[in-house]
Ligand binder design. Sequence first.
Ligand code: BQZ
Ligand code: CA
Length: 695
Amino acid sequence: MRQQYRIGTVAALSFGVSLIALSANAFETSTPPVPPQFPAEGKITYVARDTILEFKALPNYSQPQWVVDKFEKTGKLPPLKDRLPEEPLVEKSANMIDGPGVYGDTMRHVIGGRPEGWNYTAGQSQGWGGIDIALSECLTRTAPLFQVDAKDTEPLPNLAKSWEWSADGHKLTMHLVKGAKWSDGVPFTADDVMFYWEDAVLDPNVSPLGGGASPEAFGEGTTLAKVDDYTVEWTFKSAFPKQYLYTMSYPSFCPGPAHILKPKHPKYSGNTYDQFKNAFPPEFMNMPVMGGWVPVEYRADDIVVLRRNPYYWKVDEKGQQLPYLNELHYKLSTWADRDVQAVAGSGDISNLEQPENFVASLKRAADANAPARLAFGPRLIGYSLQMNFSGNGWGNPDEREQAVRELNRNADFRKAVTSALDRKAIGDSLVKGPFTAIYPGGLSSGTSFYDRASTVYYPFDLKAAKDGLAKAGLKDTDGDGIVNFPAGTAGGKNVEVVMLVNNSYTTDKSLAEGVVGQMAKLGIRVVINALDSNQRDAAHYAGRFDWMVRRNSTELSSVVQNTDQLAPVGPRTSWNHRAPEGKPIDLMPFEKEMVDLVNRFIGTQDNAERADLMKQYQKIYTENLYTIGLTEYPGALIINKRFSNVPPGTPIFMFNWAEDAIMRERLWVSADKQGKYELYPEQLPGKPGDKGTVK
Ligand code: BQZ
Ligand code: CA
């Protein structure tokens, strides 16, 4: 029986965070205060990597009876065994806490994003909240590894069913699942992989969704070649860079349907890159996917409905084709509403990640007959203030923006900013209680690579901060409380910083307001530029920001996922320092050290050495303030009680989000508990571009 987190426990838990009193001289540092104890719940049962899934031919296969009766017997679909690979991906019962399931029902997501279109390959968002995760299958899969010891494991096979390294470790031969098909019946082959690599990753005019899939994400100078229809071969400069197997998972290597995309790509058509990116608007239904469900209906600002993919290439050990759930809903609302609907039971799943909703959600879920379970995981959600470090033109800065970038590159300025932040007040402004912790920046305290002793913390000290601004050459020359640029720089005007913020989250806006207020006391005017997710991401990747309040992504909560994003190892791998088109990246000395440490981390499999490299990395990162941490806290998974096979203790965010980690394709609802939520019962996706479903 899941231990319910009682509101009383929250009140009872004391969270005396005693800040070590520090002498007043400028920029004393210390290790960060010990964060308040927070008992993560739902203990994870650790398992061996090979107990989760394997590729294997089974003696026979089955599917929902209505698919047989209405689609196979009427000739609308070929027989199941012709729709499956020779060796399907088999999800093993040993890893199914409630065992193989039964067909039926729906999972109702609520999301705060909005679909731009279905061209994930060209960087279009489908609205987040697990929708792109459901549609896009990637070479490897890492999210379910939260239950495997991170030190002795590697990514799970997925579209790549197996791989082997050459003796010298510079070549990796990857065998693709053989005989799998897109949801429109067209075979999946190495041509899909090569199109993604050559015409998305390598093409500088195309940046796949998630902002991280640049060539250097897979190592400087790495190449990929097709060997045959089901084999590709990687060639790396370094030996045995096994780290890149993580980068071959979501979101960085999830190929799209080449037979649909290639004809629209500028290299093969008269299209512009914009026309290519927008060739599949949200209204274009039945976009072929490798995922378990296909978009069959889109109603703007209302809902996206997906129906099961009859060609899905994964089965359970009984040979039942997955998924068990026939339908997915994505109600187009707000992220805050997702929490409300999940605890109320009108939605089915949420990552409780906005502390403003913690207490109300806890109260509702604590009720004995609450429709949903709520369980907190480790402290892995973090927010950082990111400064644009580009001094040579990323984002085409004007004079003021350029002057701010020069300040961002000034260590005294960064130390002044971080010392002016009262992180205790910032955390408390989100939620009282033992949830938030003072977070100096860098690796999340919840990751196994975290080492507090290697973490440099600049405690709140407004006096030292003001001295630091003076040291950085900033004085309030016109006495209005805001320091001025030096004469001759940006007209000697007040220092104004434009800070990019994700308008879709209460928490992002709360933190931004906190920064504005605290910077005003320091003497810097911060102006908020709040944009919705899609516009925010576009501005971010284009370098159109001075500062940004940004929720951390997986490289800081797992280290081994998207490791390339830990430092500017390439011109487009860092979140806050990229090169403008056609120019080199202008790294500062400490950044060069971080790049070297990250490359050495990627190049070694020695666990002791990896741990040590991350300690060195953390020290350089936090001492030089690569980004400025704001706060960190645990997230909670809220999921409706009717679903079986939810792995206990699933973290909402580690190698990826919970929508991936819980492996939705194997969730099921016992017949007696199935809701009447299916909108298109006993119907399947139609042809690419057709409206709706087929009966
Ligand atoms: C989870 C996630 C699944 C993106 C997005 C959104 C985008 C970012 C980030 C999270 C949402 C939910 O996060 O907040 O709980 O469901 O979708 O993808 O914040 O704006 O660009 O990185 O994952
Ligand atoms: Ca002034």
